[in-house]
Design a protein around this ligand. Structure first.
Ligand SMILES: *Cc1c(COP(=O)(O)O)cnc(C)c1O
Length: 378
């Protein structure tokens, strides 16, 4: 029998949680009502706790909108380059493209998608480019599943020059792991990743230093205007009403789980157990510093494996992008995921390798390694 439903296991968009789907199907309150403002205020407080910064803004856009808003707001336009971008994959590259689209002076520090740029390299780039006033980087560049040491990179940047604004794209990290935001000024999130919502909301956490730099700039992405409104639990334009209601449900789901610490713990355990299972199958984990939001493997036949997994076992994982399009498999860990779902993905993967003649026989090696690691505390 062919699968009748697809198990969506891509690192964005993630499946919408059933409780959130239910919320999204409800009639909406008008956004200029006390009823909605109370919900907005609740979501705002929860988000603030989550980002660990002085303020948070919610925008109606995909994640890229918040990236663009951050650059427009915080990168001064000067003759010399004012922005340093860490290009460790497609999303780092995107910061550079946004900057160039707005004629902002940008310096890019590039590295292979599997090799994280180090704090020392960043420091060196800052020393050779004294006009830089902002740096932008990912916690995890989702194109290769690489984890950057953003904690020490932002620390080094601030030690070099405390006036530098640190802009962190945490779209695949917010809701995945606790984030140390001591040296972060702008922290970006998006609704279609760990929040298990549809695409359409983006978040911008802002430090006191970032708040002190806010200017009345731009129109739709006028962050100063948004802040003025959102501090009163309303928005400058029509709020993403359904999404905000969905966000309220998300926070209730996390609370039912035992709070964010419980969620972060479960995510780490699933991610690490999955990596153990992949290694037990003899597969190569692609990034040298893997993030927790996804497991990424490199395989010459990744594209074939991916298609087979989908067609035969109803499991949809992501492939690679650009030059790595046919060589990566990316397996999601973001959101609230049942252990049996991750376990099935690994079983189906092992069986697919057998079906395609890439493994001699099905031995349950993946599930064994996964279970042993996942339940070793018992
Ligand atoms: C998904 C993602 C984005 C945002 O992409 P959108 O399609 O605009 O939501 C940005 N950065 C990273 C690291 C991502 O994974």
């Amino acid at each position: 029998m062919k699968p009748t439903r697809t198990l969506l296991f891509t690192p964005g968009p993630t499946p919408i949680h059933p409780a959130i789907s239910n919320t999204l199907s409800q009639p909406i309150p008008h956004h200029r009502t006390p009823e909605f403002e109370a919900i907005f205020g609740y979501a705002r407080q929860q988000l603030k706790d989550m980002v660990g910064l002085a303020e948070v803004l919610t925008l109606v856009s995909s994640g890229t909108g918040a990236m663009e808003a951050a650059l427009l707001q915080f990168v001064p336009k000067k003759e010399q380059p004012t922005l340093l971008v860490l290009d460790n994959g497609k999303f780092g590259e995107r910061f550079g493209k946004i900057a160039r689209a707005h004629h902002l002076g940008v310096v890019e520090l590039k590295s292979a998608w599997d090799t994280p740029i180090s704090p020392d390299q960043v420091l060196e780039a800052l020393q050779t480019n004294p006009s830089v006033r902002a740096i932008a980087l990912q916690v995890c560049d989702s194109s290769g599943g690489l984890r950057l040491d953003f904690e020490n990179i932002t620390k080094a940047a601030k030690a070099h020059n405390p006036e530098i604004i640190t802009i962190i794209d945490a779209i695949t990290a917010l809701g995945v792991e606790p984030l140390q935001t001591k040296h972060v000024d702008v922290l970006i999130g998006g609704s279609q990743k760990a929040f298990m919502l549809p695409v359409g909301l983006s978040f911008l956490g802002l430090s006191d230093f970032a708040l002190s730099k806010l200017e009345d700039k731009g129109y739709y992405f006028n962050l100063k205007l948004e802040l003025k409104n959102q501090q009163k639990n309303t928005t400058a334009f029509t709020a993403g009403i359904s999404h905000i209601l969905g966000l309220q449900t998300y926070f209730a789901l996390v609370q039912d789980l035992g709070g964010f610490d419980a969620l972060y713990h479960a995510t780490r355990k699933r991610a690490e157990s999955t990596n153990k299972a992949l290694e037990a199958l003899g597969l190569k984990i692609y990034p040298k510093a893997p993030a927790l939001c996804m497991s990424v493997i490199y395989h010459e036949q990744a594209s074939r494996i991916r298609k087979h997994l989908h067609k035969q076992y109803g499991v949809l994982v992501a492939g690679g992008q650009d030059a790595l399009k046919d060589y990566l498999l990316r397996i999601n860990h973001m959101g609230i995921i049942e252990v049996y779902q991750s376990a099935w993905v690994l079983n189906a993967l092992e069986q697919s390798l057998v079906d395609l003649g890439l493994l001699p026989s099905f031995e349950g090696m993946a599930i064994k390694a996964f279970m042993q690691h996942h339940y070793k505390e018992i």
